[in-house]
Design a binder for this molecule. Structure first.
Ligand SMILES: Cc1cc2nc3c(=O)[nH]c(=O)nc-3n(C[C@H](O)[C@H](O)[C@H](O)COP(=O)(O)OP(=O)(O)OC[C@H]3O[C@@H](n4cnc5c(N)ncnc54)[C@H](O)[C@@H]3O)c2cc1C
Length: 544
């Protein structure tokens, strides 16, 4: 048998603390006021680095969920069966409050703490984070109907993962999903045709129509958009009715997806489903937008998490694999690639934590305005960058990176999803324009943020150029991506200059702002300190 050293194969990246190994995250958690949650994130980081948790992730993806529409007697049951590993992942996520932490502990830094925890744990497996995220995000929307919130909130914030379709009254904890997208339009939800007819009791309706994408259909309840007599409105649709019978929520089929395979995404028929209105009739988009804002934050966190995991795998591999008589991590060109990836990952982690902090502080008007525009800017850009970062990190592992066991293929398939759901790239870029027009204070808050960095000639030039671009009103829609991309990069540069590792900030500004860079990763200007950037990002195994 060939032993590991002779085969020149790196040891598996296991038995390390995913949180401890992540200096930018640890620094940001403190800075954004979440230091009180250190032990929780540390514990999740420990668990995320264990073989047991890594195996759960692999099993949950190797055995995707399975739809059972009917029971053996031909009765509709509309149930989705998951591999036990899925339930283990969910139990950890819910047990650590990733679906509810800021609502359970509404203290300063709670969203930042939850962001750090969610980022760490989603490195194990991305698919199960979908219902976790939707449950976290649904609560602010539900609170628009205080009576409904009073009933559901204690169960939505419980740390008990209690799967299965049984009456809510006999549950210890519940999960929420959402159903907006229809066949004829996902971005343009105003084109929804699902009808909501009054059911005879005030606030109760009967929903008829189809939803084209409805993820995690085994959740206990869904926030659904449908056309009521006074226009598009938001409804709560439970899977099980108060009398214990099943609601008319029929799962037609599960999608065969590129990635996110552990998670079920269904086509659903609402055949006169019982529903309760949430918020005001005719204000459905305005009601559900709070949920969307929180899930958009999670798309940023998910993208940061994918980048971080990919960089961890790539830096680890290169530190143990030799070619042409030297470790890959000693080859100048590989050093350039890894450092460039690490810089991009750090810029994203810092941005994601800054945004989560804005959710914590959104009672302050400037923070609320910053959050309004910042989420759309970051959602657009970080979800795009994750795709490129994961692809390049995969190549750092050579052929091994193309093989499932390395985990990189799973990260690669997962990456584009964050850029599609919760508003695809163009829709987010256009949302930034909408924020500028409807809430000009958000632009002021954005510039207030970027101009609070220490003076730097490159940043000053980029800010001045951005202001010029924003002033020009011609072809605004067509220029939206260009503008938003620049806004994101300028914001990242300013955050790194203020808070990041000085060398990382310097490299980011030289490459991303000043143009001393190519079109692929690994085109940084050579400098002797690139190796130290890699060391900042390379995970250390417990055994050293
Ligand atoms: C795995 C997965 C799970 C999902 N889960 C859910 C779920 O649980 N609940 C739910 O409601 N939805 C869900 N979705 C749906 C998702 O939110 C939509 O696919 C997304 O919003 C895009 O809508 P669409 O597919 O109808 O594309 P379209 O709206 O047709 O958009 C197609 C393209 O056109 C672009 N575009 C749209 N409008 C404009 C414009 N004005 N200018 C320029 N470009 C434009 C978009 O950016 C996009 O690139 C899920 C999707 C996926 C892939």
């Amino acid at each position: 048998m060939t032993d590991r050293v002779d085969a020149n194969q790196p040891p598996p990246l296991v038995d390390y603390n995913v949180f401890e190994a992540d200096a930018p995250l640890g620094e940001a958690l403190e800075r954004e006021g979440g230091a009180w949650a250190h032990d929780l994130v540390h514990e999740l980081g420990r668990l995320a680095g264990t073989q047991k948790a890594i195996d759960w992730g692999f099993h949950a993806n190797a055995h995707p969920p399975h739809l059972r529409t009917h029971d053996r007697f031909g009765e509709r049951i509309d149930e989705v069966e998951f591999h036990p590993a899925w339930h283990e992942l969910m139990r950890v996520a819910v047990g650590h409050g990733l679906h509810a932490l800021p609502w359970r502990e509404p203290r300063p830094g709670a969203h930042a703490a939850r962001a750090a925890a969610f980022y760490v744990w989603s490195q194990v497996e991305g698919g199960h984070c979908c219902p976790v995220s939707m449950t976290y995000a649904a609560l602010p929307t539900l609170r628009k109907s205080p009576r409904l919130a009073a009933k559901w909130e204690p169960l939505m914030t419980s740390l008990d993962y209690d799967p299965g379709l049984v009456p809510v009254t006999s549950k210890k904890g519940v999960l929420f999903g959402m159903a907006m997208t229809e066949r004829q339009g996902g971005s343009d939800v105003r084109a929804n045709t699902t009808r909501a007819e009054p059911a005879g009791v005030e606030g109760e309706f009967s929903l008829t129509g189809q939803k084209w994408f409805c993820s995690a259909p085994m959740c206990d309840a869904f926030l659904v958009l449908a056309q009521a007599p006074d226009g598009l409105s938001c409804f709560l649709v439970p899977r099980v009715l108060p009398d214990g019978t099943r609601n008319r929520f029929h799962i037609l089929r599960l999608k065969d997806k590129l990635g996110n395979r552990s998670n079920a995404s269904a086509e659903v028929e609402l055949g006169g489903a019982w529903a309760v209105m949430v918020g005001e009739e005719g204000r459905g988009v305005r009601t559900i937008i709070d949920m969307v804002n929180h899930t958009r934050l999670d798309c940023v966190i998910g993208s940061a998490s994918l980048m971080r995991h990919a960089v961890a795998q790539a830096t680890h591999h290169a530190a143990h694999r030799s070619a042409f008589g030297k470790l890959l991590s000693e080859q100048p060109l590989m050093v350039n690639v890894l450092a460039d990836l690490a810089v991009e990952s750090e810029a994203t982690t810092v941005l994601m934590m800054r945004l989560a902090g804005a959710f914590d502080r959104d009672a302050e008007p400037a923070e609320a305005h910053f959050r309004r525009i910042g989420v759309a800017v970051a959602k657009f850009w970080t979800t795009k960058r994750a795709i490129a970062v994961v692809a390049e990190a995969l190549e750092c592992l050579g052929g091994n990176g193309y093989v499932e066991e390395s985990i990189l293929p799973r990260l690669y398939r997962e990456a584009p999803l964050n850029s599609i759901w919760e508003g695809s790239g163009n829709v987010n870029a256009l949302d930034v324009l909408r924020a500028m027009q409807r809430e000009p204070e958000s632009v002021a808050a954005y510039f207030g943020e970027v101009e609070s960095a220490p003076r730097d000639a490159r940043l000053d030039r980029a800010v001045a150029e951005l202001k010029r671009e924003l002033k020009a009103t011609a072809d605004l829609e067509s220029r939206a991506r260009r503008l938003v991309e620049r806004m994101a990069v300028v914001l990242q540069a300013s955050l790194l200059l203020r808070h990041g590792d000085p060398l990382v900030g310097e490299i980011f500004c030289a490459s991303r702002l000043d143009g001393d860079w190519g079109h692929s990763f690994g085109s940084l200007k050579p400098r002797p300190q690139l190796e130290s950037v890699i060391e900042r990002h390379r995970p250390q195994l417990y055994s050293g």
